[in-house]
Design a protein around this ligand. Structure first.
Ligand code: PMP
Length: 404
């Protein structure tokens, strides 16, 4: 059991009032709030441990290097990867997907080769592939989504051709909350000898990940969605795949030797970390992962599921509310529209009540098109949210509905 009231004290922003109303922060799928330990780690990094890493012989440089590399080990242990060489720090999910799109296409794809994605992808798992389509002539195949918001697995199986080179899908939809059957997706792809990239931006904060059991070839997530800082994220890749991929960017750190005639690249993981990395961010991400590990990821999942179940049952009692995303397996996200009320109006008016939700297309315009809508109102929950906050939210929707 989580002690929510004591947990909330770790997040100073949650004590804020907005327009004289207590803040109800339901925009956790966009970014999470930070516990004090994470912010203190950033402060401590800059005040006490700051020096550029890896190349310095002096004390502070070695201490900063040690902090960065132990954060890498923390990530490795958190997702249960085999080796810390498989953990590459990036700016976030978006950069990690762009890295794979660029390096994988360069090495393994020819014009006409295909990547399978899904209709529920965030733009960051669509556009990088479209850029490669424009540059290299690769093609996209799309797994459709059912009315309930689940992937059509039968169609998925039929999308494989002799030109398929990679599958890239999200673990949890940031709009529908659907938890996709990634184990099955990966195992089907592997039967065709095709590697799989999983976008874990919405899953790592909510469910336990055992990357070796999952057998994903690439897995990516963002620090800021998992209670860590902005500007830092993770690309996990199986060592044998990362070894085969060419570097994404060139610069310092990623080289072993450089002459004007020839450059020899550094070994993993540094081959993919050109330039000075965000070593303060990585260290604070390590602290964020320790924080949620201490609470217990299973306990977090269980509690957040109870919030989602309660919110869903309460919102269903309101006339004219339509929920988008009714998958059998869902996590922490409640997308909806209320009668003819525009999602933007609902979001603005909820804001006046101190309630932060997201409105719009949630960077998933193809999914909006699939459902024939422009956008939704999205409430997304974290372990620091409460049943009382859901009651305030439900009362807010009812109040706004009366105004229309
Ligand atoms: N994929 C999914 C499923 C997301 O929810 C998000 C963030 N909304 C991203 C990718 C992109 O993450 P970031 O902006 O942190 O790179």
């Amino acid at each position: 059991m989580l002690d929510i009231q004591s947990i909330r004290k770790d997040f100073p922003i949650l004590q804020h009032t907005i327009y004289n109303k207590p803040l109800v922060y339901f925009d956790n799928a966009a970014t999470t709030q930070k516990p004090k330990v994470v912010v203190e780690k950033i402060e401590d990094g800059y005040y006490n441990v700051n020096a550029n890493i890896h190349r310095g012989v002096h004390f502070l440089s070695q201490a900063a290097t040690e902090a960065h590399e132990s954060a890498r080990k923390k990530v490795q242990q958190f997702i249960q990867a085999k080796s810390s060489n498989e953990i590459i720090f990036t700016r976030g999910t978006t950069e990690a997907i762009n890295l794979i799109a660029s390096s994988f296409t360069d090495e393994f794809m020819s014009p006409g080769d295909e990547v399978i994605i899904s209709e529920m992808e965030h733009h960051s798992n669509i556009v990088p592939w479209q850029l490669q389509a424009a540059r290299k002539g690769i093609a996209l195949k799309v797994i459709p989504v059912t009315d309930k918001g689940e992937l059509c697995m039968d169609t998925y199986k039929k999308l494989f051709t002799e030109r398929t080179r990679l599958v890239s899908v999200t673990h949890i939809s940031n709009v529908l909350g659907t938890i996709n059957p990634v184990e099955e997706i990966i195992s089907i792809a592997h039967q065709h000898d095709i590697p799989v990239l999983i976008d874990g931006a919405q899953s790592v904060p909510h469910i336990k990940i055992n990357i070796q059991e999952l057998d994903a070839d690439f897995y990516v997530f963002s620090g800021h969605k998992v209670y860590g800082p902005t500007g830092i994220g993770v690309l996990y890749g199986k060592e044998n795949w990362l070894e085969k991929l060419p570097p994404y960017q060139g610069g310092g750190e990623m080289i072993a030797t450089v002459t004007f005639e020839k450059t020899v690249f550094n070994e993993l993981p540094f081959k993919f970390e050109a330039g000075t990395p965000d070593y303060i961010g990585s260290t604070a991400l390590g602290t964020a992962l320790e924080y949620i590990e201490k609470l217990g990821v299973e306990a977090i999942s269980e509690y957040e599921d109870s919030l989602l179940t309660y919110a869903t049952s309460q919102i269903k009692k309101i006339e004219d509310v339509k929920i988008y995303g009714e998958a059998a397996h869902k996590s922490s996200v409640l997308s909806f529209l209320t009668g003819q009320i525009h999602h933007y109006d609902m979001g603005m008016l909820l804001d006046r009540l101190g309630i932060a939700v997201r409105t719009g297309h949630h960077c998933a315009q193809p999914l909006m098109k699939r459902f024939g809508i422009e956008g939704t109102v999205r409430a997304s929950f974290s372990f620091y949210n409460t049943i009382e906050e859901i009651d305030i939210f439900i009362a807010g929707i009812k109040q706004i509905k009366k105004m229309f």
